[in-house]
Design a binder for this molecule. Structure first.
Ligand SMILES: [Zn+2]
Length: 409
């Protein structure tokens, strides 16, 4: 697909990703060569081509999902079995998933793991304009312990030297960041989510080695000991952050939360639209998880939006539908939830100068919705238009997706 070199959207109500309300003196955005050239009044911004009339719609920055797996098929329940298709077959499926994401209004996503670096090829094809999809930041093979969570992706390391070698290999393959598996996980047989996987000094050495190359570090953490160790090692983001302890229920650690806040470590809680079933069933998890979020937020911990798309029953296009549920669990207003999926997410990913906000000089990543997203997030599920890096995406939201109910795990 070819990017329009010049496009002006007019007549829209605009939210810029940061402001507490809609912009008061702007209803048009001029886009030149994939970037926002100016935001202002339509009369002043008309370009040479026919403008895109978005009268009655609201335009906001394209959404950012901070945790996806392009290589995973949400319809397949055995992650290990998914490593067996041919590269060509897997690439074709990953391209379809990427296209579904951008049609849903997700214009940037952080891919937190796969085994064969195929998502990097998809990332590069999208960046060259040869494939439809979001801007991708890819972690490649997560660093894990022998037979640890996601070991089947090839990033096993028995000691510090082996872990450094895994990181060196990711760097050679061209990853954008490093993912470390600090605790066990649910998708790996024989792995216990509450247990830490590495001795503290190994985790610190992993983070230090990644940082020396300039990489940010995402740490997979369900159990509290792993959260504590990852905070001390000063990772960039904590994935899941489930606060699991030895017994059922939560083992929330106020000191660890204070350390997350003090070091500016972001929490990426991977809440998908399927979690709605806990709310509908008035499940005890809503109050328990909600209390953890309330305590984290009171401690000053910052949140970003993420879904873990690709895991069983979580489609890659899930984020817009997941945001209302994320807001409910985390006790966020629509404004706070939207910032977590736009400006704050871009900050956490180190790309705030590129995307996440609507401002002159930023990449032209945006979606237009019917309704008032600062009052009601449900309108995000069916975008009217999506623009990614200046290109108007065909078939936004996938007419095919409209009205479909998300499956639940
Ligand atoms: Zn994941």
């Amino acid at each position: 697909m070819s990017a329009q070199s010049d496009l002006t959207v007019v007549g829209a109500r605009i939210w810029d990703g940061i402001s507490p309300g809609y912009l008061e003196r702007a209803d048009a955005i001029r886009i030149v060569d994939g970037r926002i050239a100016a935001i202002g009044r339509a009369e002043a911004l008309r370009g040479s081509s026919e403008p895109l009339d978005l009268a009655g719609r609201t335009v906001l920055p394209g959404l950012i999902d901070c945790h996806v797996h392009l290589c995973l098929d949400p319809g397949v329940f055995d992650a290990e079995a998914q490593t067996r298709g041919s590269d060509a077959e897997e690439l074709a499926k990953m391209r379809e998933r990427a296209a579904a994401m951008v049609r849903a209004g997700i214009t940037t996503a952080r891919d937190l793991g796969g085994g064969r670096f195929l998502e990097l090829a998809v990332r590069d094809a999208i960046a060259r304009g040869e494939a439809l999809g979001p801007r991708l930041l890819c972690a490649g093979q997560p660093v894990t312990s022998p037979r640890g969570h996601c070991h089947f992706w090839g990033g096993e390391a028995a000691d510090i030297d082996a872990a450094r070698a895994v990181i060196d290999r990711q760097r050679e393959r061209g990853v954008d960041l490093i993912k470390v598996i600090a605790t066990g996980g649910n998708l790996t047989r024989g792995s216990r989510p509450r247990d830490a996987q590495f001795p503290d000094e190994t985790l610190q050495a992993i983070v230090a080695h990644a940082r020396a190359y300039g990489f940010r570090v995402a740490a997979h953490c369900h159990g509290t000991p792993g959260i504590r160790a990852s905070a001390a090692a000063r990772v960039t983001t904590i994935e899941h952050c489930s606060w699991l302890g030895e017994k059922t229920g939560s083992d929330y650690d106020a000191d660890a939360a204070a350390a997350l806040a003090a070091h500016g470590i972001w929490v990426s809680p991977t809440i998908n639209s399927g979690w709605r079933r806990f709310i509908d069933a008035n499940d005890e998890r809503v109050a328990r998880i909600g209390a953890n979020f309330a305590a984290m937020r009171a401690a000053g911990v910052r949140l970003v939006a993420s879904t873990d798309a690709g895991i069983p029953n979580v489609r890659h296009s899930d984020l817009p539908r997941a945001l209302p549920t994320f807001a409910r669990f985390a006790g966020l207003t629509p404004l706070e939830a939207l910032r977590a999926a736009t400006a704050d997410a871009a900050n956490a990913l180190g790309i705030a100068g590129v995307t996440g906000t609507l401002a002159a000089g930023r990449s032209a990543d945006m979606l237009a919705v019917d309704g008032d997203p600062l009052a009601d997030l449900d309108c995000l599920a069916t975008p009217h238009a999506v623009i990614a890096r200046g290109t108007l995406i065909p078939d936004p939201s996938g007419a095919s997706l409209r009205g479909a109910t998300p499956r639940t795990a």
